[in-house]
Design a protein. Structure first.
Length: 158
């Protein structure tokens, strides 16, 4: 009996191969693996202080205007939700509660996007009916934006 099994056809356009993850996505995954290794090596007492240093270092590495946005967001999040612990997550500044990331800041440069992003995970208590936003594009921060972010972060950890 002959094997009549044929390979599945590609879903990409004719003559094109699927590239899979982008170089930026692969780099983020590598950063996350390194973060996990580093966290495992640190003792539980040193982890929080070192994690905040890591977040501040990631923000300092960002080009302007993302660096300024990251610094302001860090201050707003720390003031609005002191219960959140800063940490890096896939190479991005993030803030966690009970070990689960609640919100994160993604630099525009990280994935070559035209704007930076403040995102919230499913651990954030932002539910509002059947549909609500989980990420916000940022190009600058006004006083009104800062107040809105502070309220969102406070609600996210409630």
């Amino acid at each position: 009996m002959k094997d009549t099994h044929k390979p599945a056809k590609s879903t990409t356009a004719a003559g094109q191969r699927s590239a899979g993850f982008t170089a930026e996505e692969r780099a983020a995954m590598k950063e996350h693996a390194q973060e996990l290794k580093t966290a495992a090596r640190r003792g539980p007492r040193a982890a929080e202080a070192d994690a905040e240093s890591d977040v501040l270092a990631k923000i300092a590495e960002m080009p302007e205007p993302d660096r300024g946005l990251g610094e302001r967001l860090h201050a707003i999040i720390k003031a609005s939700a002191p219960a959140l612990s800063p940490r890096t997550w896939y190479g991005m500044p993030a803030y966690a509660k009970d070990g689960k990331v609640v919100c994160f800041f993604q630099s525009a440069q990280k994935f070559k996007a035209r704007y930076a992003t403040l995102g919230f995970s499913d651990a954030a208590n932002l539910d509002d009916g059947a549909m609500w936003p989980t990420a916000f594009a940022l190009t600058e921060l006004t006083a009104a934006d800062e107040a809105r972010i502070g309220a969102l972060v406070t609600k996210a950890v409630s």
